[in-house]
Design a protein around this ligand. Structure first.
Ligand code: PD2
Ligand code: ZN
Length: 299
């Protein structure tokens, strides 16, 4: 027995020190009789020592079981992981052939999964998307997961619009390229969204998946399920600022015309570390086209 309790008169309340000592002895697989004997040797009445031992161990087990339940709840509440697009299933390489174009791979990060691509879009494609989108720009809207409706969001000071999938030949060509690069069905992609950020405009850090806790989310998920990956394509090179940032890993991706940043999230949970934002544009303007990939068909 490592340590014995101080001499205790019978009927004395169980002190925290005695409680710790009893738990320590029981955890070290000391027989209850041996624990009681040690307490008797320290001046405890045998019956009182037995009652003290019993009540201490009962309380201790109840606490342990409460801790285990809380831990189980934390684990069970985590949404299950799902399959996500993986553009480099065979590992890192300098370039990938995607449908009709060689795309370079500039940077790859494993956790969070982030890949920076070069030369995904041609200069002409960037210009065509900007020209087609310009006519339809409005103040950007974000899907409101509390209602399922779209509305202007103050954390996003850009202007934007959505193309339907395949709405123009250039959209269809880019979408086929992206589907090949992602190795993900074209039908699982939303239409391209084009955003224009003026001087000072930014997109505060957020997650692109739909928050499961929001009441409007089940309605949104009926069309294609969750978002599982994003591909933000830069349509111009701003004169200053406008980098895409990942605050959880202190990563900043410079916006360069034709380049794109990909990131995936296998569950709608911050543990994916997919928090990201668009830093303020410091000089000039910034144009991006974002493609979101769903778990299932987005029809
Ligand atoms: O424009 C960006 O850098 C940016 C940043 C964060 C775009 C998006 N999110 C998005 O379109 O979701
Ligand atoms: Zn985003």
């Amino acid at each position: 027995m490592a340590q014995q309790p101080n001499h205790q008169p019978a009927h004395q309340p169980i002190t925290p020190a005695l409680r710790s000592w009893i738990v320590e002895q029981a955890s070290a697989a000391q027989a209850p009789e041996a624990i009681v004997q040690a307490m008797v040797a320290s001046g405890w009445d045998e019956d009182v020592a037995l009652i003290a031992l019993e009540s201490t161990l009962r309380e201790h087990l109840a606490e342990r079981s409460a801790e285990h339940s809380a831990e189980r709840a934390r684990v069970v509440e985590l949404p299950p992981a799902v399959a996500v697009p993986e553009p480099l299933p065979a590992g890192m390489r300098a370039a990938v052939w995607a449908h009709d174009r060689e795309v370079s791979v500039l940077v790859a990060l494993a956790d969070p999964r982030v890949i920076v691509f070069g030369n995904l879009l041609s200069g002409d494609e960037c210009d065509a998307l900007i020209a087609l989108a310009s006519a339809r720009l409005e103040r950007s809207e974000t899907v409101q997961t509390d209602t399922g409706a779209s509305e202007v969001n103050e954390s996003r000071t850009s202007q934007g619009m959505f193309f339907d999938r395949g709405e123009h030949e250039v959209c269809a060509r880019i979408e086929a390229r992206m589907a090949a690069l992602m190795q993900w069905p074209l039908e699982n992609g939303e239409g391209l969204q084009v955003l224009r950020y003026g001087p000072g405009a930014e997109y505060k850090p957020h997650y692109d998946y739909f928050d499961p806790a929001q009441p409007g989310t089940p309605v949104i998920l009926r069309r294609g399920g969750q978002r599982v990956a994003s591909l933000v394509c830069y349509l111009n090179t701003p004169a200053g600022g406008g980098e895409t940032v990942f605050p959880d890993v202190n990563l900043a991706v410079a916006p360069v015309r034709g380049n794109a940043v990909f990131f995936s999230y296998d569950r709608p949970h911050p543990m994916t570390r997919s928090l990201h934002g668009g830093a303020p544009v410091l000089d000039g303007e910034k144009w991006v086209a974002t493609k979101w990939f769903r778990e299932g068909r987005f029809e």
